[in-house]
Design a protein around this ligand. Structure first.
Ligand code: SF4
Length: 241
């Protein structure tokens, strides 16, 4: 179990690279690291693979456009991007008229715009934009490799095969909950990051000892009474009694 302690305002995703670097320094880098959305971006997936050979597995953030959210109309994946020529072709065959690298709120991205004359005359305009008088625009990640990781992952994470693979992460929330509820993980007994880190390391060790004890304990667990809902499902033949 790796333990990293930070001050409260540090976001989850700021630790992904630090954790990988620390594990690699001790020759403990995993082949695969399964995380939730807060810990991964296309850039982090790329770095984990390139720098440490780690497959960072988790759902990338969903698209923010209303087409992506609604699952209808033309989201980014409906457009063909030509990175060398720096232009995009829309589902109607119109070619973009502007390609601008932008830096907004600390993030780099590429803004692509289509011509007003094409979009205002477009017969499928309502599938493409909500605006009454503006042309369609797209925002892409700043590099082709990042865009391809994002597109690939968003497609993959909708498949049942990917979801079965990701299901291995399910148990971690119970482990975290155990550490928070039974071992007071969210309360520091000490002042200062260094001492708080010692507390966190000891808490992690206690968790590991408990899990080892559970693993080696072969005594039968007490049988639990079925819930009313399970009894109902068994009566309806939906589960085996
Ligand atoms: S609205 Fe513009 S970008 Fe969208 S499909 Fe029509 S022509 Fe293409």
């Amino acid at each position: 179990m790796h333990v990293a302690t930070t001050i409260a305002p540090v976001q989850d995703g700021q630790l992904t690279e630090v954790i990988h670097d620390d594990l690699a320094a001790r020759r403990l880098a995993p082949a695969e690291h399964v995380v939730d959305t807060a810990y991964l971006t296309p850039a982090q997936i790329e770095r984990a693979q390139q720098v440490h050979g780690i497959t960072l597995l988790g759902p990338v953030a969903a698209g923010h456009s209303h087409q992506a959210k609604a699952g209808q109309g033309f989201d980014k994946t409906a457009f063909t991007i030509d990175w060398d020529a720096r232009r995009a072709t829309c589902p109607q065959g119109a070619i973009s008229c502007a390609w601008r690298p932008l830096h907004v709120s600390g993030h780099d991205y590429i803004q692509i715009q289509f011509a007003k004359k094409d979009c205002l005359a477009c017969p499928v305009r309502t599938q493409c934009t909500d605006s009454a008088d503006r042309p369609r625009a797209l925002a892409l990640l700043p590099r082709q490799s990042l865009h391809e990781i994002q597109t690939h992952n968003r497609r993959e994470q909708r498949t049942s095969q990917w979801q079965r693979r990701y299901a291995i992460r399910a148990g971690i929330e119970a482990t975290l909950s155990q550490a928070v509820r039974t071992r007071g993980l969210r309360r520091s007994r000490y002042r200062g990051l260094a001492r708080t880190h010692v507390q966190h390391v000891l808490t992690a060790r206690a968790c590991n000892f408990t899990r080892l004890a559970d693993w080696f304990d072969t005594s039968p667990t007490s049988s639990r009474r079925d819930t009313d809902f399970r009894t109902l499902c068994a009566a309806a033949g939906l589960v085996t009694a």
